[in-house]
Each structure stands twice: as structure tokens, then as C-alpha cells.
Unconditional design. Structure first.
Length: 191
């Protein structure tokens, strides 16, 4: 008895065989895999930026506290409010408020130049930390816009990934045209 030979049915791109039955195609590439990878990459980047912003904010708090203590000590040692204001970039009222917050300081005996040098260095460090935080924030905003434009995440998911409110995400999404919407609009104008 000759062995039965049966050829495999032809498979259409929709995953159905010529006989109308479903054919299992485990090896077929899935378009969702690319979307999942893009989503995972974006989620990771937003998480990293959230952590970087948190570290930058912590550094700014520490530098602000140290600078405020230097301001109060400089005022206690006889530097004028306007001089400290000019060095730090704070207005005179803020300098006065900072100096009044430290009521347990005693004169240190440091010369005027030592106070000026210390205040200048700490103020520059604080400005550099603030600029660094702004750069990280700008990169995070660019990631948010990219996620919204490519429709990788929705507003609520982006809010949870970034630690921002959903309102902030909605404000960021105003005026963004999505690639799918643009393609649909072009199809309507051509048709």
C-alpha cells in the first residue's frame, strides 16, 4: 500500500487556510511586539526622568538650606541686605525674611570677603542645580509629547509614570496632531 501524501494547505495572510479553517501561525511576527517595546522603552525613560527630577529637587533643597544659613550668618556678621541681595540674586525682602528665620546665630568673626566668596559659590551651585532640573524637565516634557503624538500611552498612564497630574498631561497634549489622525485627514482630502 503506497503511503498517503498530503500537501499542506496554502495559508493566506489572514491566517486562514484554503479550506477555510484556521491555521496556527506561532512564528508570524506580531505588530503589537513593536508597540510593546516602544511602550516599555518610553515607560523606562519616564521613570528614569522622574527619579532624576527627584534627585535634582533634593539637591536644590539642600543647597537652598545651606545658602540660607550662609545668608543669615552674613547678615549677623554685618553684611548689608543689599550686598547679600546682589550676591545671591534674591530680592531684599527675601534676604530679610531668611535672616530673621535664623534667630539663634552669633557673630562668627569671619571677614567680609569670606562671606562674599562663600555666598557666591553657594549661589552659583544652586543656579547650576536649578538649570540641571530645568533641562531634565524639558526632556521629560519632550518624552510626554512623543508618547502622546505616537499614542503609546494615554493621559492617565502618563500621569502615573511621570508623577504629574492628568490635567498637566492634557495641557501638554493640546495642539499635538497624532500621525494616525493626520493620515486619516489626508485620506479624506484625497478621496
Amino acid at each position: 500500500m503506497p503511503p498517503r501524501t498530503r500537501s499542506a494547505p496554502a495559508v493566506s495572510p489572514q491566517g486562514r487556510s484554503a479550506t477555510g479553517r484556521y491555521t496556527y501561525r506561532a512564528k508570524a511576527q506580531r505588530p503589537q511586539a513593536q508597540e510593546h517595546t516602544e511602550h516599555a522603552t518610553l515607560a523606562h525613560a519616564l521613570g528614569v526622568h522622574r527619579q532624576l527630577i527627584s534627585h535634582a529637587a533634593s539637591a536644590i533643597r539642600n543647597l537652598s538650606a545651606a545658602r540660607n544659613e550662609l545668608i543669615a550668618q552674613a547678615i549677623e556678621d554685618g553684611l548689608s541686605l543689599t550686598t547679600v541681595s546682589a550676591i545671591t540674586g534674591e530680592n531684599v525682602k527675601a534676604v530679610r525674611t531668611i535672616a530673621l528665620a535664623y534667630d539663634d546665630l552669633h557673630p562668627s568673626g569671619l571677614p567680609r570677603d569670606a562671606h562674599v566668596t562663600a555666598l557666591t559659590a553657594k549661589s552659583e551651585s544652586l543656579k547650576a542645580a536649578e538649570n540641571h532640573r530645568e533641562q531634565i524637565t524639558e526632556r521629560r516634557e519632550a518624552l510626554i509629547v512623543m508618547a502622546l503624538r505616537n499614542q503609546v500611552c494615554d493621559d492617565l498612564e502618563l500621569a502615573s509614570l511621570t508623577g504629574l497630574t492628568p490635567d498637566h498631561i492634557r495641557r501638554a497634549s493640546r495642539g499635538i496632531t497624532h500621525p494616525l489622525n493626520r493620515a486619516q485627514q489626508q485620506g479624506k482630502t484625497e478621496g
